[in-house]
Design a protein around this ligand. Structure first.
Ligand code: GTP
Ligand code: MG
Length: 334
């Protein structure tokens, strides 16, 4: 497809093989490296293409062509504003939580839910997989979900319950969730590195990694393993950002917490993953359980432009729901 824009002929390439200088053999090698689409190539660095036998100079040329094909280059701030206007919002299922997040989860960025076991991280992920399939007027993105599960806690039965509550066809909803269990951190990385084709072909608008850190935490033990662990986590998260940007999808990761033994006041727990995860997640939400029952407290801990704040929601048989006014005023049992 050739498109004329302000006198400049811009060519759009659909397949890797269409790019000048990329033959079928190189395209195959690129696929093996996890580059399946022109979009993913546009976000690559020259060094990443080296193992495909592409020298630096050629790599720059290929990336440049891929970028011009999908229009990624320097932009003026007004253009940036237009890009921001492409950001879509996905409902969590709870109105106060959506408001806390400025209207729901954003596409093109990573949202991180962290908290203790049972705080509702995976339940929120399940709910988002259903909600993403809703039409925009109901807070969805009319898209499919990709679920990378590292703890084997994904349950189709739960999806069916949530879908029924939203009056969606459960069979269809289940079909629109592409699931992969990651057995190790390397496997987890491999899955995401090879996800771009799946994302494109299935109109995936939500990519979930639940949990981001569990394998890394159990495999990389000891101080000397910290640097390689952080390096891998960093690359993994950047891959996730690239997918989210290239396909205008929402990205969600979950993370556990560790107790801070030396702190008496303030937050006595902190999320796993250190600075890398903290800086790469655009929006971080800390989840905790209320004293008892299904109520959960969500705290917006960091966001590029929203103030900190707290809201409550509950987990029921129907999924993620608002806490009613009566429930809020119910006196606590002593
Ligand atoms: P870890 O992965 O262990 O760190 O925890 P998590 O934060 O992912 O917790 P998860 O989202 O799995 O929340 C589990 C909690 O959700 C349970 O303790 C229940 O309170 C609630 N829950 C899960 N399934 C159901 C359900 O079908 N019905 C109801 N009412 N509550 C549920
Ligand atoms: Mg979980």
């Amino acid at each position: 497809m050739v498109e004329e824009k302000e006198g400049v002929i811009k060519k759009k390439y659909e397949l890797l093989e269409d790019l000048p200088g990329i033959g079928p053999a190189t395209a195959q090698k690129l696929r093996e490296l996890g580059f399946h689409t022109v979009e993913s190539l546009a976000m690559a660095t020259a060094r990443e293409l080296e193992p495909a036998g592409i020298g630096e100079k050629k790599a720059f040329a290929v990336i440049r062509t891929a970028r011009s094909s999908i229009s990624v280059s320097f932009v003026r701030a007004d253009e940036l504003l237009r890009m921001r206007q492409n950001v879509l919002r996905l409902t969590t299922g709870s109105k106060p939580l959506d408001i806390l997040l400025g209207g729901g989860l954003e596409t093109q960025t990573i949202t991180e839910f962290y908290g203790e076991y049972g705080s509702g991280k995976s339940q929120l992920c399940h709910q988002l997989c259903v909600n993403v399939q809703l039409p925009p007027e109901r807070g969805g993105l009319n898209g499919a979900a990709l679920y990378v599960d590292t703890e084997n806690t994904f349950r189709t039965e739960r999806i069916v319950q949530m879908a029924k509550h939203l009056e969606l066809d459960p069979e269809q909803v289940v079909k629109n969730i592409i699931y992969a269990e990651a057995y190790t951190s390397d496997h987890q990385i491999f899955l995401l590195d090879n996800a771009d084709e799946v994302v494109k072909e299935n109109n995936v608008k939500l990519i979930i990694v639940d949990s981001l850190t569990s394998h890394f935490r159990s495999e990389y033990i000891g101080r000397e393993m910290l640097a390689p662990r952080q390096q891998k986590l960093n690359k993994h998260m950047h891959k996730l950002i690239r997918l989210a940007r290239a396909f205008n999808a929402a990205a969600v990761v979950t993370n556990q917490v560790m107790a801070k033994p030396d702190v008496f006041f303030g937050n006595a727990v902190y999320p796993i993953g250190g600075h890398i995860v903290a800086h790469t997640s655009h929006t971080r939400i800390y989840l905790r359980k209320a004293a008892h029952g299904p109520v959960r407290i969500a705290r917006l801990v960091s966001s590029p432009y929203l103030p900190e704040g707290e809201e409550i929601f509950k987990i029921t048989g129907n999924g993620i729901e608002d806490v009613s006014e009566e429930e809020k005023v119910k006196p606590r049992r002593r």
